[in-house]
Design a protein around this ligand. Structure first.
Ligand code: GAR
Length: 226
């Protein structure tokens, strides 16, 4: 079972790279059918070409309106043969027709613990707010921004001196681990959506689950006696 996925990008493509790496080392049973960018100069396109992947650049300015851009985007993704769509730093809201065409088959990653700090500046907004824990969220995409059912979240400590860059770096190391993991769950058919909740079916391989380990992050750390 190898899921054909299109990856939509706008920027540096480090999450794209993490996905490519896990595909190439055999951990992730997916195949990238096309990497599509709304920014022609995005470094993500170079990364894709370095791995022999098909690329499509769709500069927004070339389209008369949002609907025309969305139609071209959908055509590029469909024509590539993709059965699912991975948004990897794609900084644009998908139109309703696109979401309907790939409903429950579109994933996004966001650099904050949703529903806190949605939008374009999740890392900086969390740092400025003064949270002591932030993180990253992979979720299904619906018509609203950073809104669909959550698949996986990872938490990192945030410190009083953090800014968007320092907190963003800490978050990014976990983005690169949880996004390929979430795509692999989609590819192996282990995710089901129940209202706002996502359920993960157990792995086929005995012992592969970590369900008996309770993940926990408290920051600042608890002191003795608590
Ligand atoms: C990532 O931090 C991703 O979480 C964020 O853009 C960055 C893309 O980096 N996405 C959003 O903020 C979506 N709201 P990358 O191009 O190096 O993967």
């Amino acid at each position: 079972m190898t899921l054909p996925v299109a990856v939509l990008v706008s920027g540096s493509g480090s999450n794209l790279q993490a996905i490519i790496d896990r595909i190439e080392d055999g951990a992730l049973p997916a195949r990238i059918t096309a990497v599509v960018s709304n920014k022609p100069g995005a470094y993500a396109l170079t990364r894709a070409q370095n791995h022999g992947l098909a690329t499509v650049a769709l500069p927004q300015a070339a389209f008369p309106d949002r609907a025309a851009f969305d139609a071209a985007l959908l055509a590029a993704v469909r024509d590539s043969g993709a059965e699912a769509v991975v948004l990897a730093g794609f900084m644009r809201l998908l139109g309703p027709d696109f979401v309907a065409a790939y409903r429950d088959r579109i994933l996004n990653i966001h650099p904050a613990l949703l529903p806190s700090f949605p939008g374009l500046h999740g890392q900086g907004d969390a740092a400025d707010y003064g949270v002591t824990i932030s993180g990253a969220t992979v979720h299904f995409v619906d018509e609203k921004m950073d809104n669909g059912p959550i698949i996986i979240q990872a938490a990192v400590p945030a410190h009083p001196d953090d800014d968007a860059e320092s907190l963003g770096r800490r978050i990014m190391t976990l983005e690169h681990r949880i996004y390929p993991q979430a795509v692999s769950w989609l590819a192996t058919g282990r995710l089901t959506i129940h209202g706002r909740k996502t359920r993960l079916a157990p792995a086929d391989t005995p012992g592969a689950d970590m369900a008996d380990v309770m993940p926990c992050l408290v920051n600042p750390p608890l002191e003795a006696g608590f």
